[in-house]
Design a protein around this ligand. Sequence first.
Ligand code: SAM
Ligand code: SF4
Length: 445
Amino acid sequence: MSEIDSQTIAQSAKTVYVETYGCQMNEYDSEIVREILRRNDFALTDSPDAAGVVLLNTCAIRENAHDKVRARISELRHLKKRNKRLILGVLGCMAQNLKKELLETNTGVDLIAGPDSYKALPVMIDRVHNTGEKEFKLTLSEYETYADVFPTNRHGINAWVAVMRGCDNYCTFCVVPMTRGRERSRDPFNVIEEVRQLADHGFKQVTLLGQNVNSYTFKGFDFAKLITAVANIDGIKRIRFTSPHPKDFPERLIEVVATNSKACKHVHLPLQAGSDRVLDAMNRTYTREHFVALAERMRKLIPGLVLTTDVIVGFPTETEAEFEETLAVMREVQFDSAFMFKYSERKGTVAQRTIPDDISDEVKTERMVRLVDQQRQISYIRNQAHLGQAFEVLVEGYGKRPSQLLGRNDGNKIVVFPDTGAKPGEFVTVRIEEVTPNTLIGVAV
Ligand code: SAM
Ligand code: SF4
């Protein structure tokens, strides 16, 4: 090895590259990891080739997320041929399930840290460097909220802020309670301080995050109060939140979304299924009737509300008639858009342990196609109602064509319009002249 090569490698030993898979919570966690490492004298890079430590922050929610990470690990281990001291680490939700697979087989993984172990990373990395032994830390905590770690290097228009971690709901299909542990909420003073700093750095929009965000509670301070407190911070213009659970929508929370001018009139309300029997088997704790009544109440109290949802098709034992009930509820509620998923069996969940995954992939795909097709039509009709309306659009950047700007309205719908010279982070009023199922197209007025 030449002198320059070994010097570069020595320099890169404290250079970290973090790659993120999955949800916004993982994006936020990656920022926490970067911040912890930065405070411990690591340098950050956005290329794995320049790094001495490569960390993959993983997602375990569906099998295809797992597959992607596995493929990426085998790609990255080739970097070790060039840099023998390279440390490859796996963080986040996959860590919990895959300790055995990743450490005992020859995957090239040196380090595994679960979602509550990120503060230990600097020490773990040092140990791998010094001993060459593999390191893992997977214990889940009932207290860790990373309250004292405010990520400082955020980019873009929106800042994600985790206000609670973990989930106690145990939906039978879901691996989150196993991978992220028990629900715990952050001290509101600490959340407010983080948002205040974000506002000082010019962020106008924050999205409050949690696996079950509206069950946020800290010594009697609930989620409605938290939204109100965040809305009182100067400089913050828009507040979003995700993902709420339908069981945690007291009237007070609906009222805050309806009346607080900074609370965006968009609620993501995961339905999951339309049949009461399937909802019960999923342990969702609401019925179809309760869900539809809640959606109607929100639509009545929150003028212009945009409602979106998550749906799973092919939950074990779901019949054709039960799937049609999901289609029917989707027509009844008229969601503006939906994330739709084929059921994916997850190790350690109640469903995996008690109900065989008996719906073939062919049937899941066929149901999925019908669901997506119906939703496309509904989204198109919902968007057509916006023709001629004017929206305040927060500019995010350029559209597909450089002559077009792209931003979002209060309802989180994507709006494109001819470039007015406005910069990302500025508001422009746009009148809608054309729509597709996914996009509103207009002109600045
Ligand atoms: N906590 C949130 C909630 O309850 O809505 C979101 C959790 S998860 C990151 C987002 C969505 O993934 C869920 O709402 C569900 O529709 C879907 N999902 C979770 N587990 C799944 C599984 N095993 N198979 C397919 N989809 C799944
Ligand atoms: Fe998973 Fe259900 Fe918790 Fe959402 S509420 S994270 S779907 S267990």
